[in-house]
Structures are given as C-alpha cells and as structure tokens.
Write a protein that binds this ligand. Sequence first.
Ligand code: SF4
Ligand code: SF4
Ligand code: SF4
Length: 277
Amino acid sequence: MRSILKRLWLPALLLAVFETVAVVLWLTKDNLFYLFNFSYIGLCIATGLALYTFGWKHARRFVQFAVGTYMLVYLGLIGRENMQLEGFWYYLFSGVFEAATIHYAVAKIFGPLLFGRGWCGYACWTAMVLDLLPYKTPRYPRKKFGWLRYVMFGLSLAFVSALFLLHIQEKETILFWAFLIGNAVYYGVGIALALLLKDNRAFCKYLCPVTVFLKPMSYFSLLRIQCDTSKCVHCNKCLRVCPMNVAVNDPSRKRENGTECILCFECTKACPTKALH
Ligand code: SF4
Ligand code: SF4
Ligand code: SF4
C-alpha cells in the first residue's frame, strides 16, 4: 500500500494543481468552461502519469492524444479559438485574460516553473503527430539552427501587431484562418524537417516559436530529471535514447540542452543503474 501511495504522489500533486486552477478560474471568471477544461486536462495528465508509474509503455502517448486532440479539435476547430502564439498575442493586445492568454500562462509561461516542458511531452498537438514518425531519437548531432525560433517568434508578433496597427476588421475570423493555416504549415514543415534531418523533434529544436517562453522558464523547473552521479557508470545509454539531446547525466541545471527536456522519461527507463530519477 505504501509503495502504491509513493508512486501516486506526483499524479495526485499535478491533479491538485490543475483542479485548483480549474476552481479558481471557474469562480473568478464565473464560467463553468474553465472547470471542465482544466479538470479534463489535469485528469488526463494525472492518469497518464499514474499509468506510467505502473509500467504502461504507451502512457505518455495516451496523454498526448487525449489532451492534444481535445485542444486542436474541440477548442481550436469547433470552438474557433486560436490557441497558437498568434491567439496569445491577440487576446493579450485586446486586454482579455481568456482562452489563449490563460492557456499560455498556465502551460507555457508560469507552469514550466513547476513542470518544465511537460507541455511538449504530454499535450502539444504538433508533437503528437511528429512523435509518430520513425526517427524517435536523432540520427545526427544537433544543428545550430536554434536562432530560427526567434525569427518565427518575431513574425508571429509582427503579424498580430499589424492587425491592430492597421485597424483590420474581423480579426477573430482572420485569427481562426491563421490557426488553420498555421497548423497545416507547422505539420507540413515539421514532418519535412523530421524526415530531412532524421529527427522527429527537429521542428521543436529549431523552429517552434513557443520555446522562446518555454526554455527560460523550464530552466528553473521544480520537476526535472535528477542524476545521482555516484550511481552513474558513464555508459551513455541515456544520451542515446534522448529525443532532445539533453546531457541528462550531468547533474547540474546548466547541463547541455537542459531546457529542452520534455520529461518523456526514456532516459530513466534506459539507465541500467537507476542513476536517473
Ligand atoms: S517545442 Fe513547440 S512544437 Fe514542439 S512540443 Fe513544444 S510547443 Fe509543441
Ligand atoms: S530522455 Fe530524459 S532527458 Fe531526454 S527529454 Fe526525455 S526525460 Fe528529458
Ligand atoms: S544511462 Fe545511467 S549509468 Fe549510463 S550514463 Fe546515463 S546516467 Fe550514467
């Protein structure tokens, strides 16, 4: 019984955090949607983590599809909310703390202080598809194309700024179409890059503009893979299975590519001495 409770403390903690956000937003915004939305996402994540701790190998993929399809299909396509970076700028400039601004605040700006880039491992609908491709671990060393993410970030900001500065009407309709086209482009470019560079997560590493928020915040993440160097035998198995090129056997926060960790736990599974946890 004690071992079961020990395994479930993290899923329970995450569920409690999401439930707190759900209730606070429901009551402060007087909108039942927030209770449903954050309870659903929290429940999916907590269930997936619990399944993982009991050894189900598809647990992360379960969460990815449960949350990713909900956000893409229900919120994005049916609810016509632009949940991409452009939607965040739009609501921010409109002075509305709703939809994409809340989503970004929780999942991509302040949440990473607690759960790092859990969003990238368990919820992103772009990576949900990219992870189906054949190159689960990169075949080649990392390229120095990371600066491209800042170009993408700037283009996104410039696009939405222009809508406001030029007093364009029907911004919501434009933002909906931007969501459709933006996702199609992300999928197309993401798949092409993955096949070209033989790396499923190439889009995440070089192009995704959201990482401009995610990377600095996740540096301070409470939840991170720890390495007990006294148990490490330097076999490098953890490095070979990591999809994000993280030097996870370095215990310091400054480990190479440390802010890329998506908490997939492939390294902990591969480590023969249980040095990673
Ligand atoms: S880096 Fe971007 S595309 Fe990749 S998982 Fe994270 S948010 Fe999604
Ligand atoms: S393999 Fe380990 S270090 Fe690499 S992304 Fe997954 S959890 Fe992070
Ligand atoms: S797999 Fe484990 S033992 Fe091997 S290098 Fe990584 S942390 Fe060290």
